[in-house]
Design a protein around this ligand. Structure first.
Ligand SMILES: [Zn+2]
Length: 251
């Protein structure tokens, strides 16, 4: 990853409801644009809300579609290219037909959200990989230090779907990521909330070119930003700080 790329493509951006805060899609897109981002993969954290009923699940799905439309409309005005990722959640499983008919061009999976263990989760995962292989969609997977979100958990899918590009968000843990990079060519990682130490280990292991610039913006704001009022200038500043932090890496 070169720093110049950082100003072009961000593979890990969100909008929507995140716990107590709402990040308007159009505001997020404007903040990206002001920081020089011209291409981004985006997905809605509204998908993290657990529905209590089928009706609520349907309502949430429609709401997320509207958010995506808003983001795309804003991007169109700015001249940015957004790639919406369909954030699949087993609990809201409404089949993947809409992925064929809508604007989605990739998937987001968060193994800690939406009960991925079990029959429904396994079937959904298989369906996602099959669809991704057919349509040449990337799959962005949250990774963490627990068994449930360890990247190794998905290893059989990396092996069985060699034509699908899987992106290991956050690159946790560095040891596992390096091990999997050695075994599979269809894996990339991203820098979103990736500890600099992890990034440096991966780079030194010879896999720097497999790392995509990703920020998890505006979750960076949720953790570190001024919380009482979300404005364009606050979000723009937050994204800029993320860039500055990453540039402190020695590599
Ligand atoms: Zn994320």
């Amino acid at each position: 990853m070169k720093y110049s790329d950082a100003f072009v493509f961000d593979c890990h951006v969100h909008f929507g409801q995140y716990y107590d805060l709402y990040y308007r899609p159009s505001l997020v897109v404007k903040a990206l644009y002001r920081n020089g981002v011209r291409r981004a993969w985006v997905s809605s954290t509204t998908a993290c809300i657990a529905p209590d009923s089928f009706e609520e699940a349907q309502y949430l799905s429609r709401h997320i579609d509207d958010e995506v439309e808003e983001a795309l409309a804003e991007a169109g005005k700015c001249g940015m290219l957004l790639v919406p990722l369909y954030w699949a959640v087993p609990k809201r499983y409404d089949n993947l037909d809409k992925v064929d008919g809508f604007v989605y061009a990739g998937f987001k999976i968060h193994p800690k959200i939406g009960e991925w263990d079990g029959k429904i989760g396994n079937k959904l995962l298989h369906d996602i990989c099959t669809c991704a292989a057919r349509k040449k969609f990337p799959i962005l997977i949250h990774t963490g230090v627990d068994t449930i979100d360890s990247p190794s958990r998905f290893e059989t899918y990396f092996a069985n779907f060699p034509d699908v590009t899987f992106v290991l968000a956050h690159c946790q843990t560095a040891r596992e990521v390096i091990h999997l990079f050695e075994k599979y060519d269809n894996l990339l990682g991203d820098t979103a909330f990736c500890p600099l130490d992890n990034y440096e280990q991966i780079y030194r292991a010879g896999f720097g070119s497999r790392m995509l610039w990703g920020t998890d913006f505006p979750i960076t704001h949720w953790y570190h930003g001024i919380r009482d009022k979300i404005s364009l200038s606050i979000l723009t500043e937050n994204y800029k700080n993320t860039l500055v932090h990453f540039k402190s890496s020695k590599i």
